[in-house]
Design a protein around this ligand. Structure first.
Ligand SMILES: Cc1cc2nc3c(=O)[nH]c(=O)nc-3n(C[C@H](O)[C@H](O)[C@H](O)COP(=O)(O)O)c2cc1C
Length: 181
């Protein structure tokens, strides 16, 4: 056999070995969707993407939240008005593409008023998450994710929720340990 033929055969064997690996990694796709008003939750979302190899998606409001909108001392600020109305659904800028391709969806947000920013409700209600595994994560000043998580499960009982996690100050190692579970 010529050296060329041997090289060719080796290449074919390598390619055959690679096909099942590719097929497997593509069969479980992860989307890491997050809303972040001041960048903290975004950092956590990016670490999840690094660890899981998922696709990053920013949940963007049609109208960006400026500092005055986020003033929780002001009862008439945009966030206070939205959070005091359980039916408030701030409009989104876009929708994730090819959502049907994803099996696991992380949904991240800052804790607002010990709860979930209403834009997360808009996001959940404007997309079809049936049959997908949904994992919430959050960052906060000090509150836990428990109440936010409970509210999400109660509001959307038909969705397949998995235990969420507060990622305040989480490192890549912390996220590796968590996502392995
Ligand atoms: C309107 C508003 C309400 C908040 N409510 C809470 C709260 O109830 N508990 C808490 O620990 N932190 C609260 N925070 C702090 C944020 O959860 C925290 O700073 C978060 O990490 C911000 O994430 P981001 O930078 O991704 O927007 C609130 C912040 C805002 C703007």
């Amino acid at each position: 056999m010529t050296t060329m033929k041997v090289k060719g055969m080796i290449m074919v064997v390598i390619m055959m070995l690679c096909i099942p690996i590719n097929a497997q990694t593509q069969s479980d796709k992860t989307l890491v969707a997050y809303f972040s008003a001041t960048g903290t939750t975004e950092k956590a979302a990016k670490l999840i993407v690094e660890v899981t190899g998922g696709t990053l998606y920013e949940i963007q409001p049609e109208k960006e939240y400026v500092a005055a909108d986020l003033d929780w001392h002001d009862k008439s600020s945009r966030s206070s008005v939205e959070m005091s109305d359980a039916k408030s659904r701030p409009a989104l800028n876009s929708k994730p593409e090819n959502l049907a391709d994803y099996d696991t969806i992380y949904i991240g947000f800052p804790i607002w008023w010990n709860s979930v920013p209403r834009i997360i409700n808009t996001f959940i209600e404007s997309n079809d998450f049936a049959g997908k595994t949904i994992i919430p994560f959050a960052t906060s000043g000090s509150s836990s994710i428990s109440n936010a998580e409970k509210e999400l499960q109660e509001t959307y009982p038909d969705l397949k929720w998995q235990k969420g996690r507060l990622l305040n100050g989480a490192t890549k190692e912390d996220i590796k340990k968590w996502t392995k579970k």
